[in-house]
Design a protein around this ligand. Structure first.
Ligand code: SF4
Length: 356
């Protein structure tokens, strides 16, 4: 397991270098002047219409991309809703602004449509840290356990699993499996897995993966911020460390955090998730003050780096280019897709039956 963890860390580090190199070549959107920006948006809008395409963006992408998705009849949502929206939409081409596993999930749910992404290089530390062959060997070592994987995994890992879950339904699914006497093998996020284990009391064996964005939130920094804003509520994504989740008023998925922001009476909200979520959250609570949870602790140079480098690889420029050239199409091997669909389908059926 130690070797496995070491390999996963090397893989994540090498991916970070790829991201840094890529981003150094992409002009920052902020460096585009207003008229160029409007022209870029107009060209993307026109391409979407002429190619019968719809833009589907994740909450963590650049606010300009989220805004364009909304303005052009697309959507901004979490990974599963992105895939569901695409499969129900009339468009024949889905343009998925997010990271690799989101494009794959959209393709698995909608095999008859063309799925394009602004970049195929954007991935996720959870996906990178859980290679399918090593994960499969791990599952083989524990045949007595039901394999439950988080949505942030490759199609091949989903294909090896019995269940796929999102952070919004993980508790319910594991609670149900525990109630029928199943022992769980959970992957890849150890923090989300630990949170679910603590809440449900289920027998869970955890893979050692983590999100490089959420694991940097620091409880000490949040408590310091609470000294300045004593009435603020703390909202945390369960990919954050236990020390952060344990001081949060609300723990939940991206959609659940936005909904909690609306329901809570607090005028200030300290948010421990990628700050891309502020675009939609602020729309929902225009009169509340949103504060990003500190990530570095008081001695560190980075105080709020809550921004996924892979999500940051999506830009208006590469969005336009994938539409113009029909490039970066997502393909998933048919056998892998069929098996992954079974695990995804279990979750969707469970949701329809138990949660409506
Ligand atoms: S924020 Fe974390 S979990 Fe989400 S895509 Fe980035 S690395 Fe993956």
């Amino acid at each position: 397991m130690l070797i496995q963890q070491y390999n996963a860390e090397i893989a994540v580090e090498s991916q970070r270098r790829v991201v840094e190199e890529y981003l150094s070549k992409v002009p920052s959107v902020n460096s585009i002047d207003k008229s160029d920006l409007e022209s870029l948006k107009a060209r993307i809008t026109s391409e979407l219409a002429s190619k019968n395409a719809v833009l589907i963006a994740h909450y963590y992408t650049d606010p300009l991309i989220q805004q364009l998705a909304e303005e052009t009849g697309g959507t901004v949502s979490d990974s599963l809703e992105m895939a569901r929206f695409g499969s129900n939409h009339d468009a024949q081409t889905l343009v998925v602004a997010g990271v690799k596993f989101m494009g794959e999930t959209a393709k698995i749910l909608t095999p008859g449509k063309r799925v394009l992404m602004p970049t195929l290089e954007a991935t996720c530390s959870l996906d990178v840290g859980c290679p399918a062959d090593e994960f499969s060997a791990f599952c083989d070592e524990h045949p007595d356990r039901t394999v439950v994987v988080y949505a942030n995994t490759s199609a091949a890992v989903k294909a090896r699993a019995d269940w796929v879950v999102t952070s919004s339904i993980a508790l319910e699914v594991v609670d149900y499996l525990d109630s029928i006497g199943e022992k769980i093998l959970w992957a890849p996020d150890k923090y989300l897995g630990g949170y679910v284990q603590k809440k449900t009391g289920a027998d869970m064996l955890l893979w050692d993966g983590s999100c490089i964005v959420h694991e940097e939130f620091k409880a000490k920094g949040i408590l310091d911020l609470k000294q300045i804003y004593p009435d603020a509520a703390v909202l945390a994504h369960p990919e954050s460390p236990d020390s952060v989740v344990s001081i949060a008023d609300i723990t939940g998925s991206t959609s659940q955090l936005i909904s909690a922001a609306m329901k809570l009476p607090n005028k200030q909200l300290i948010v421990a998730t990628d700050q891309g979520i502020f675009y939609k959250m602020q729309q929902s609570v225009p009169n509340k003050q949103l504060l990003i949870a500190p990530t570095g602790g008081s001695g560190a140079s980075c105080r709020s780096c809550a921004s996924c480098p892979w999500m940051g690889m999506n830009s208006l420029q590469n969005l336009l280019s994938c539409l113009e050239q029909g490039s970066n199409e997502v393909f998933v091997d048919a056998t892998v897709a069929t098996l992954a669909m079974q695990s995804l389908d279990r979750m969707m059926t469970f949701k329809a039956r138990h949660l409506g």
